[in-house]
Ligand binder design. Structure first.
Ligand SMILES: [Zn+2]
Length: 339
């Protein structure tokens, strides 16, 4: 039987300690303080995972924890989640602090100690070099076995447009980040496996770090807000009448808790260390938004794609932090003090 994939244990209990490194362009191109902001967000992402494992281990029978899991995963998955995390000691295996290396260092992408559980965080396209013979492709010099295709190149250049600005006062949507795991497919194992399992399950790390490209508008937005973390103040904000009245009809108050760190957790679930979760676009085709935020994720709970949907996992860890701070969330995504 296939195991239920759940990102938390893999982020926290990978066999070897994994590291992340930061592109120097984050600070150079986007301004002072950005590197520190990214570090605080990564620390929050790791702490969210730790907290979630602790709460799931120690407060399994809490009615609010049970309800939350039911809203996001359906009632059956509650037991599966518990099976996966029960007894696992929360230990941080993605370092909460950055590597001494930068993503520009040869040793970062070619070092003997590197693994595909490591993650390079990029704020620029400086690593993309033209393919020697095929104009539509770029080589990723930090991740040599992988060629980046024209469509991806386009998305990456849009993501790293340092001049892009967000229109103030609109609910303009934009790409926050793009994650590329570092893998090849074990085709032999795939062909030998009975019952046509998803190809995703046969991804094998290349030994080179995975990459997360953090988009300029998203970084600027986080900087503008002062790199908030999830705390009492953040939750009080989404409970205010002003916030609730300002929501669009596809938003719920809990969506406003999301921080840079929650998004980094989301991205990490796409990478090798997070078990290659996906954005369940295929399931919610034509819906808007497809797989992000409370409304979509609670609807996905009854569909197979919900189990490995990145934002579902991100919302779970985010709301288990809110639980720790003394709040529970109802089915409609409103937060209330827990009794
Ligand atoms: Zn995603």
């Amino acid at each position: 039987m296939r195991l239920f994939f759940f990102s938390l244990p893999s982020i926290l209990t990978a066999a070897l300690a994994a590291e992340y490194a930061i592109d120097p362009e984050c600070e150079l191109a986007l301004g002072p303080g950005v590197r520190d902001g990214i570090i605080s967000g990564m620390k929050e992402a790791v702490e969210l995972a730790e907290n979630a494992l602790e709460v799931l281990n120690q407060h399994e029978s809490d009615v609010y924890v049970q309800n939350l899991i039911r809203y996001l995963y359906g009632i059956q998955d509650r037991d599966q989640i518990m099976d996966r995390v029960k007894g696992k000691k929360p230990q941080t295996h993605l370092s909460a602090t950055p590597s001494a290396l930068s993503t520009n260092d040869e040793a970062w992408f070619n070092g003997a100690e590197r693994s595909s559980n490591d993650v390079g965080l990029y704020c620029s396209n400086t690593r993309l070099i033209p393919h020697p013979t095929k104009p539509a492709l770029r080589m990723n010099k930090h991740n040599r076995p992988i060629t980046v295709r024209a469509k991806q190149v386009e998305a990456l250049f849009k993501c790293h447009n340092h001049d892009a600005v967000l229109e103030v006062g609109t609910n303009q949507r934009y790409t926050k980040a793009l994650t590329m795991g570092s893998y090849t497919i074990d085709l032999e194992a795939f062909k030998a496996a009975p019952g046509a399992p998803p190809l995703n399950e046969f991804k094998v790390g290349t030994g080179h770090p995975a990459n997360i490209d953090i988009c300029s508008v998203f970084i600027r937005q986080a900087a503008l807000e002062g790199w908030p973390l999830i705390n009492e103040e953040r939750i009080a904000r989404i409970r205010s009448e002003t916030f609730i009245n300002g929501m669009t009809d596809i938003q719920r108050p809990v969506d406003g808790i999301k921080t840079f760190g929650v998004t980094m957790f989301h991205e990490l679930t796409h990478a090798n260390i997070g078990g290659f979760f996906t954005d369940a676009d295929d399931i919610m085709e034509g819906e808007d938004p497809k797989c992000f935020n409370w409304i979509s994720c609670t609807r996905l709970s009854t569909l197979p794609g919900g189990r490995t949907n990145s934002d579902t996992a991100a919302i779970l860890v985010m709301l288990l932090k809110a639980w720790r701070l003394g709040y529970y969330v109802d089915q409609d995504g409103f937060a209330h003090p827990r009794i």
